[in-house]
Design a protein around this ligand. Structure first.
Ligand SMILES: O=C(CO)[C@@H](O)[C@H](O)[C@H](O)[C@H](O)COP(=O)(O)O
Length: 215
């Protein structure tokens, strides 16, 4: 792996030595994401409770600058100038390029209506079916690896040609079995698993940002 990207993993492992067991799987997950983003794909993310918050957090890191400024291309700025009816005023916008990431835990009106009218367990599957396209990536976050609404979404992912990354606890659960790669952090207690998920996904976001927006 490029030393520029490896440095993020080295930093992760120096801060969290227990996560060294995840190194290979983090690299595999990175490769899947890099390939998807290189071909105009996107990331769809789902999880429950604390992992729902993580889903939103990840989208936030990817959709705008994390550490590196991501200026929009000059050609697009020129388009902004050409369509700005009140020259200058709107150009104070500081748009940034994003890596497209959609948290399937958002969209409350859609989710609550689907859960209420159709099927509680299909809430992520329905959104994945709507938003997902072949070549995208689904990231399922589950400390147990057995949350049925996340597992249902993996079935839809397979049917659509969407690769699945699982982020789980040590035991992996069913999610690890149905993922293209499962990052199983070495903890078994829900809150401790969640505490290890954060540095793992930060590392992936840093690697992707460096790849697509670094020098
Ligand atoms: O944040 C916490 C516990 O720390 C809880 O909200 C927790 O995320 C919820 O119980 C989830 O429903 C657990 O689901 P999962 O991680 O096993 O898929």
């Amino acid at each position: 792996m490029d030393h520029r990207l490896q440095k993020h993993i080295d930093s992760l492992v120096s801060r969290y030595p227990e996560l060294s067991v995840c190194e290979m799987d983090i690299k595999k997950a990175y490769d899947i994401l890099e390939d998807s983003y290189s071909h105009d794909g996107k990331l769809l993310i789902a999880g429950n409770g604390g992992s729902a918050a993580d889903s939103e957090h990840i989208a936030g890191e990817l959709m705008k600058r994390f550490k590196i400024p991501r200026p929009v291309p000059e050609s697009f700025k020129e388009k902004l100038i050409s369509v700005d009816p009140v020259r200058g005023e709107l150009l104070s916008m500081n748009l940034e390029r994003g890596l497209m990431a959609i948290p399937l835990v958002a969209h409350e009106a859609l989710s609550t209506a689907y859960i209420n009218d159709v099927d509680g367990l299909g809430v992520f599957a329905q959104q994945l079916y709507g938003f997902g396209r072949a070549g995208d990536v689904f990231l399922g976050i589950s400390t147990s690896g057995n949350s049925k609404n996340v597992l249902s979404a993996t079935v839809v992912a397979r049917a659509l040609g969407i690769k699945v990354i699982g982020l789980t606890g040590k035991n992996g659960g069913e999610l690890a079995n149905v993922s293209d790669v499962a990052i199983k952090v070495p903890a078994t207690e829900t809150f401790m698993i969640q505490e290890m998920h954060l540095p793992v996904y930060h590392c992936l976001c840093l690697m992707l940002e460096d790849r697509f927006f670094g020098e």
